[in-house]
Design a protein around this ligand. Structure first.
Ligand code: ZN
Length: 455
């Protein structure tokens, strides 16, 4: 029984929707009725003004915006909130911020907002277009969304948090009810914001490293900040050109602050560092050196195992891990087995001993003793007749100066190695992904330590 006062609003409002609503007051409540073009009336929703206020608070919008209707679509599990600009309020020019008269309203747009309970919540509004004497007719910037965004800033903030906290991007997509492309777009914008805000002053120790991409067919080059354990940038390929590009993320002043760069003995990277940061020391990191030595030990083992098997000797069968893993992590059985093998005058045992011995190099405090140690170690290896090991020793001798720099800076790419598993999981998730750009976005989103939030 509607016996209340009938109040019509929006009559002179050029921003009002085509279906100008009527507000009916009934027992202290306002009820909105959408009035159709014809004689037929359409009920939008019955609600009270408290609910309008509640939604205005939830959205963080205030005067001159007001919540016009809240439309609950039960079957679609959706809440649609229509906002209206109060007629008579001036609109700000997005270019100069001047308060201008309103020319008209832009066509209606929809933004997705944080869900209300489990209801997808959408905001609809026609944004006023300011009539700026200087800039002409411009659509005003709304406070709840980025200029081209399809989501409210609060939704984007929440989406970023969910993406960061989820075990996988697909899990985040499921929780947020988004598809992959949309999630990617949210990440892209978040990274863009983060890069704009990023502080790169006082970078001292950097790392350059490569990672395989697309199942090992191609590579990417990473530049990392070793002190803050963050990826600074990523480029495709690992050529001199690519390695040069990755440095573009830093200004020349920022480069001047760099004291040392940890890097593998990879010629294009070395050349690039010499060009980009000529004052910085190059430090060949001990993890890569240890990897080369381990590979050499493994080559010696394989060759020797083959020789022994030809004579029906299975001594080295199944021993691969024992020669590669850190003895400190062995089980009791493995430790026994290994100590027996080590005493058998095998070539692989000598190779292993040479590798173990080299780890002492990193412990020297001063260069003089480290040089002396290296000379002895090199002499010993070159007389060992273990070809794979001799090759690694020669490579180390060629790069000795940049091994000694470690003693001054004590930096390694362990940070990059630590980020590796994360990047690896992103690669798995990015399988079938078309572009490198998406992959870069993901790496910077998860490993860039950027301020990603829109608010
Ligand atoms: Zn203007």
């Amino acid at each position: 029984m509607l016996t209340g006062v009938l109040k019509e609003f929006g009559e002179s409002n050029r921003c009002a929707p085509d279906f100008a609503p009527l507000a009916l007051r009934y027992a202290g409540r306002e009820i909105l009725v959408g009035r159709g073009r014809g004689s037929e009336s359409v009920w939008t929703m019955s609600m009270d003004s408290e609910l309008q206020k509640h939604y205005a608070l939830l959205l963080g919008v205030g005067s001159p915006w007001e919540v016009e209707t809240v439309d609950l679509k039960m079957a679609e599990k959706k809440v649609e909130i229509a906002l209206k600009w109060q007629w008579g309020s001036e609109a700000k020019c997005p270019e100069c911020g001047r308060a201008c008269s309103i020319h008209d309203c832009a066509p209606e747009r929809t933004w997705r907002h944080l869900d209300t309970m489990q209801f997808t919540t959408l905001i609809r509004a026609r944004t006023p277009r300011a009539n700026c004497p200087e800039h002409g007719v411009k659509t005003m910037q709304v406070s709840w969304a980025a200029p081209q965004g399809r989501f409210t800033l609060m939704f984007e903030r929440f989406a970023v948090e969910v993406l960061l906290a989820s075990a996988s991007i697909s899990q985040a997509c499921e929780l947020l009810g988004l598809n992959w492309d949309t999630a990617q777009e949210i990440m892209r914008r978040a990274v863009e914001r983060g890069l704009e805000r990023r502080q790169l002053e006082g970078l001292k120790y950097l790392g350059m490293d490569e990672k395989s991409f697309k199942r090992g067919q191609s590579y990417i080059t990473l530049l990392t900040d070793l002190e803050q354990s963050r990826v600074l940038d990523v480029v495709e390929e690992r050529t001199t050109e690519a390695a040069g590009q990755v440095w573009n993320t830093l200004s020349s002043e920022q480069k001047q602050a760099v004291e040392a760069v940890a890097v593998d003995m990879w010629e294009p990277f070395i050349q690039t560092i010499e060009q980009q940061v000529p004052e910085a020391d190059i430090v060949h990191d001990k993890f890569h050196v240890s990897k080369y030595l381990s590979e050499a030990v493994d080559k010696v083992r394989r060759a020797e195992h083959k020789e022994l098997m030809a004579q029906g000797d299975e001594t080295l069968k199944g021993s691969r891990q024992l020669w590669l893993y850190n003895p400190e992590n062995f089980s009791v059985e493995q430790a026994d087995e290994f100590s027996a093998l080590k005493d058998l005058h095998l070539k692989v045992a000598r190779a292993w001993a040479a590798k173990e011995l080299f780890s002492k190099f990193w412990n020297y405090e001063g260069e003089v003793w480290a040089r002396r140690f290296f000379k002895d170690w090199y002499g010993w290896v070159s007389r060992s007749r273990l070809k794979p090991l001799i090759e690694v020793a020669r490579m180390l001798r060629r790069h000795l100066e940049n091994l000694l720099t470690y003693l001054r800076h004590r930096i390694t790419n362990a940070v990059t190695e630590g980020l590796n598993s994360k990047i690896q999981s992103l690669k798995a998730a990015a399988r079938g992904f078309r572009s490198f750009g998406n992959y870069r976005t993901r790496i910077l989103f998860f490993c860039g330590k950027l301020n990603l939030y829109p608010l």
